[in-house]
Design a protein around this ligand. Structure first.
Ligand code: C5P
Length: 237
C-alpha cells in the first residue's frame, strides 16, 4: 500500500464548501477523508456525496456515537448505508454490534480518546489499575476484537502493544499526530501525541491528521511532509 493511502485527513470544518476545497487540494496526498461530528451535524449526509464528487476516494465517518444498543445498532446501519469505507463505535460498546451486517463498511472501536491522560481517567472515576491510558486502551482493544471490529483507534503511544494483541491484519488507526517539535510541549487539546514516523514504526496502519495540515501555512506541503514521515516509519517496520 502506498504511504499516501495510510494518511487520513480530518475534515474538521463546519461547512461543505470549505471541506470540498480541502478535498480538491489534498486528494492526491490523502487516502481517506474523515468526516466527524462537526461537519456531519452541520451539513447532513448530503455532504458525503459532495466530498466524493470533489475527489474523495474513501470516506471515514467518525461519529463515535454512544447510546443504548437498539439505538446504536440502528444508527450504525444507517451510517453504513451511506457507503462509507470506515466508521467508528466506542470500543466499550462494540459488543452490541456483533453480528450486524454493515456491508462493506469497516467498524473501528475507539479505545481511549487521545485528548485524555491519566489525570482525566482518574477524575472520571476509573479505578487505579485502569488510570494508565495504555491499560484501558488494551482492555478495550480486546473488547473490540472480540466483538468483530476490523480495527481500533488508539494513540501512537499504544500502537505497538495494540498491534501485538490484534495481529497483523487489523486496522490500527492513530490520531494525536504532531510534528516532532510539538512533542514535548503538548498540542491543542491532544495529550497522547507522537509523530507520523513514530506511529507507523510502532505498527499503525493509518494515521489521522487534522490541524497540523489544516492550519499550516501551506497545507499541501504539510500533507506531503506527513506522507514522508509515514514512509520513513514504514521503512523501520
Ligand atoms: O486536529 P487533530 O490532528 O488533533 O485531529 C484529530 C482528529 O482525530 C479529530 O478529528 C478527532 O475527532 C479525531 N480523534 C481523536 N482521538 C480519538 C479518535 C478520533 O483525536 N481517539
Amino acid at each position: 500500500m502506498d504511504a499516501r493511502e495510510r494518511l487520513i485527513f480530518a475534515l474538521d470544518v463546519d461547512g461543505a464548501d470549505e471541506a470540498e476545497d480541502l478535498v480538491r487540494l489534498l486528494a492526491g496526498e490523502v487516502g481517506l477523508f474523515k468526516v466527524g461530528l462537526e461537519l456531519f451535524v452541520a451539513e447532513g449526509p448530503a455532504v458525503l456525496a459532495r466530498l466524493r464528487r470533489a475527489g474523495a476516494r474513501a470516506i471515514f465517518l467518525d461519529l463515535k456515537l454512544h447510546d443504548i444498543p437498539a439505538t446504536m445498532r440502528a444508527a450504525a446501519k444507517a451510517a453504513a448505508a451511506h457507503g462509507v469505507e470506515l466508521m467508528t463505535c466506542h470500543a466499550d460498546q462494540a459488543g452490541i454490534f456483533s453480528g450486524l451486517d454493515l456491508g462493506r463498511t469497516k467498524l473501528l472501536g475507539v479505545t481511549v480518546l487521545t485528548s485524555l491522560g491519566a489525570e482525566d481517567l482518574a477524575a472520571m472515576g476509573y479505578p487505579e489499575d485502569l488510570r494508565d491510558p495504555r491499560a484501558l486502551v488494551l482492555r478495550r482493544a480486546g473488547l473490540a476484537l472480540a466483538a468483530g471490529c476490523q480495527g481500533v483507534v488508539c494513540s501512537g503511544q499504544e500502537a505497538a502493544a495494540v498491534r501485538a494483541i490484534l495481529g497483523p491484519q487489523a486496522l490500527v488507526v492513530c490520531p494525536g499526530i504532531r510534528p516532532a517539535d510539538k512533542l514535548g510541549t503538548g498540542a491543542d487539546d491532544q495529550k497522547r501525541i507522537v509523530t507520523p514516523e513514530m506511529a507507523m514504526a510502532a505498527g499503525a496502519s493509518h494515521i489521522v491528521v487534522g490541524r497540523p495540515i489544516r492550519q499550516a501555512n501551506d497545507p499541501l506541503l504539510a500533507a506531503r511532509e506527513v506522507v514522508e514521515g509515514i514512509r520513513r516509519g514504514l521503512a523501520r517496520t
